[in-house]
Ligand binder design. Structure first.
Ligand code: BGC
Length: 336
């Protein structure tokens, strides 16, 4: 009987131990799953804070922070722009274009008359230099027609109107020298005056209405021309001592010829120019000295040019469609 009691006590004892062990195991497993699920809940809550889908409208989400996009690498623009539209009809309608409207029509032109193509890297950095005095009406047509054309040519360009201050005799070539110098303070332009540069200096206005749409003579380099920085420096820039009308372009031609450069020209169709009719400007009378000066270009060009240029800037204005630099070119000598 005592043995029986001891046997059943032992059995009970073992059973109890087993139950305790099972309980312990159960608690351990429960604890394990509890801890794991609370980790998940924490991660979920954190996720919510970063996921805008989970925000109510009165708790606006912070803008999702994207990794910065790598800067779009632009290709070079093609040799011939696909945006060209062929011949244009140029008319000097009255009233003249309103600059506010021209600005609206050319929204990509930045302050100071700067532009670069948005979709490709331009092949040319061009400073367009306009020697100027009292021709505001003409300038309006220029800006109206030229800004769209230059943009279609996919150029990286800037427009510089070099305005001669005061009413002393006009000096076109000196203003061009000043334009060259001032433009280079803004940007590393490679090409000056007009839309593109060639291996040879380029004369662009080859077919002007005022000359019956033909060249007045073979060496003619007046009107509109373009040059690379290198070509310009090779001839020591332009002469500074041609005051009044005429001769400075012939001097430039002589400079180019003396350095063995020839002139390239576009076809008459491309280089067609219309001039706005105007009275001869005051203080721009024909320069009687010009024939004598032209005869001596080869001797004078090394000391008269960009290396001897003296002027002072009166005012620089970054306007919507161009940069206007008003300059004091100094007095014309008594005896021109
Ligand atoms: C003058 C030039 C001018 C050309 C055409 C020449 O006699 O010297 O400056 O561009 O005539 O008018």
């Amino acid at each position: 009987m005592a043995a029986d009691a001891s046997l059943s006590f032992n059995l009970l004892h073992r059973t109890c131990k087993l139950v305790v062990l099972l309980c312990f195991l159960h608690i351990t497993v429960t604890l394990f799953f509890y801890v794991r699920s609370s980790d998940d809940r924490f991660a979920f809550a954190q996720n919510q804070q970063h996921n805008p889908r989970f925000f109510s409208s009165n708790n606006p989400p912070e803008p999702e922070k994207k990794a910065p996009e790598p800067e779009k690498k632009l290709e070079k623009c093609p040799e011939t722009s696909p945006l060209l539209v062929g011949p244009l009809r140029v008319e000097f309608m009255k009233p003249s274009p309103v600059l506010e409207q021209v600005k609206k029509d050319n929204p990509r032109v930045a302050s100071g008359g700067r532009f670069r193509p948005p979709d490709c890297v331009a092949l040319q950095k061009v400073a367009i230099i306009i020697p100027f005095r009292n021709r505001d009406e003409h300038l309006k047509y220029w800006l109206y027609y030229l800004h769209p054309i230059l943009q279609r040519q996919q150029l990286d360009y800037g427009i510089y109107v070099i305005n001669q201050d005061g009413d002393a005799t006009f000096n076109r070539a000196k203003l061009l020298n000043i334009g060259y110098t001032e433009a280079l303070k803004d940007y590393d332009y490679e090409c000056f005056v007009f839309s593109d540069c060639f291996s040879q200096p380029r004369h662009l206005s080859v077919s002007m209405d005022k000359f019956g749409f033909r060249l007045p003579y073979n060496q003619y380099f007046g009107g509109v021309s373009s040059m690379s920085k290198e070509q310009y420096l090779k001839i020591n820039g332009f002469p500074n001592n041609y005051w009044g009308w005429g001769g400075e372009d012939d001097d430039i031609f002589n400079r180019l010829a003396s350095k063995g450069m020839s002139i390239s020209r576009p076809s008459g169709e491309v280089g067609k120019c219309r001039m706005i009719r105007h009275e001869r400007d005051q203080k721009n009378d024909p320069n009687p000295q010009r024939f004598n000066r032209i005869a001596h270009t080869r001797e004078t060009m090394h000391t008269d040019g960009i290396n001897s240029l003296k002027y002072s800037v009166v005012k620089t204005e970054r306007l919507d469609l161009f940069t206007r630099i008003t300059v004091d070119v100094g007095p014309a000598p008594k005896k021109r």
